[in-house]
Design a binder for this molecule. Structure first.
Ligand code: AHR
Length: 328
């Protein structure tokens, strides 16, 4: 970061604080006029994935020399909407938003369009009447992630000659893109196969504490031998469930098959220790690609409507010795 930019970031942060606390000075100062300023509405900090994603955005903004107005909405859509309104008032160059749920964005995105500010959706999608309300989406192909989880389970069932497996799903935040598509992709693969019985799907909101709470209730309902497979939509919930299973004397990875999504360090360690059977990768490291798109937009270039990072799955059937530090 050059010194000019470094000093430019202080007013950006101060003004953001003022805007978000309801003060009325919404004008972009003269000395900000030439710097590229990105308004970023992050949905929260519910998981190691999310914290890694925020760090990736901050690092990339810095390496590109862009000012970043970051607002963390703490899992509240209303907070995201008011942050976006503040970014519009400030006249940022580009708005980046990671929307907590898919619906409810038409009005605020219309306001951004009327103000002529492009919007990049990062990590999660919106369900709006007009796709022209956002400029681009960059994030995982969640449908493919769900399919990868299902494909692992098919392979596992073959390997152990299973005739009947009782499956529970601990899903992410209801009505969010990863929740909806990870479920859809998984069911596409196993839904019509008579070997699999989906006992139920419960939501753990992508939180470790709720993953543990769901697991406690599931154990009360089905007992310690009543569940064969747990498909959990992220590592945070998986790790919470894993703790509860171990406290109940159930061996995760052996007595119960555990399928997770993300690939954070603690989960990869558990996979290597045989306590998780499969992790479908979802990378939080999207910052560089987002800032490249911001750069292209500010140069007046056309950018792709949707792009996905390359991802894979890590399973008990793979050689994991070459899997290095995850960084989140
Ligand atoms: O939207 C991506 C999901 O959100 C990640 O899988 C999860 O860990 C995060 O909270």
């Amino acid at each position: 970061m050059n010194i000019r930019m470094k000093y430019k970031l202080f007013p950006v942060l101060l003004i953001l604080a003022a805007l978000l606390s309801g003060c009325q000075d919404t004008t972009r100062p003269e000395d900000e006029a030439n710097a590229v300023v990105v308004g970023f509405s992050q949905l929260g900090s519910e998981s190691a994935w999310r914290i890694g994603n925020t760090a990736s955005m901050e690092k990339a903004a810095q390496s590109h020399g862009y000012g970043l107005m970051l607002d963390n909405a703490n899992q509240k859509q209303e907070k995201q909407i008011s942050a976006i309104r503040s970014f519009i008032a400030y006249q940022v160059d580009v708005i980046v938003v990671s929307p907590i749920v898919e619906k409810g964005w038409d009005n605020v995105l219309t306001e951004a369009r009327q103000a002529g500010i492009p919007v990049i959706l990062m990590d999660r999608m919106v369900d709006v009447k007009d796709d022209g309300l956002y400029t681009a989406y960059i994030g995982a192909d969640f449908l493919e992630e769900g399919r990868r989880a299902g494909e692992y389970l098919l392979k596992k069932a073959e390997a152990i000659n299973a005739e009947h497996l009782r499956v529970v799903e601990i899903s992410g935040t209801l009505d969010s893109t990863p929740m909806r598509e990870r479920q859809q992709g998984f069911m596409e693969i196993i839904g019509d196969d008579p070997r699999f019985e989906l006992l139920e799907s419960v939501s753990g909101d992508f939180l470790r504490s709720k993953g543990a709470e769901c697991m406690r209730k599931l154990l009360q309902k089905y007992g310690s031998t009543g569940i064969d497979v747990i498909y959990s939509h992220n590592d945070a919930m998986t790790l919470g469930a894993l703790d509860v299973l171990e406290s109940a004397g159930v061996k995760p990875g052996k007595d119960v098959v555990l399928i997770s999504v993300d690939g954070e360090q603690a989960a990869v360690d558990a996979l290597k220790a045989g306590k998780i059977n499969c992790i479908v990768e979802c990378t939080p490291d999207l910052g560089e690609q987002v800032m490249d798109l911001v750069g292209a937009l500010t140069r007046g270039e056309t950018i792709p409507k949707a792009s996905h990072p390359k991802e894979t799955a890590f399973t008990e059937f793979d050689d994991l010795s070459g899997l290095g530090p995850r960084g989140y």
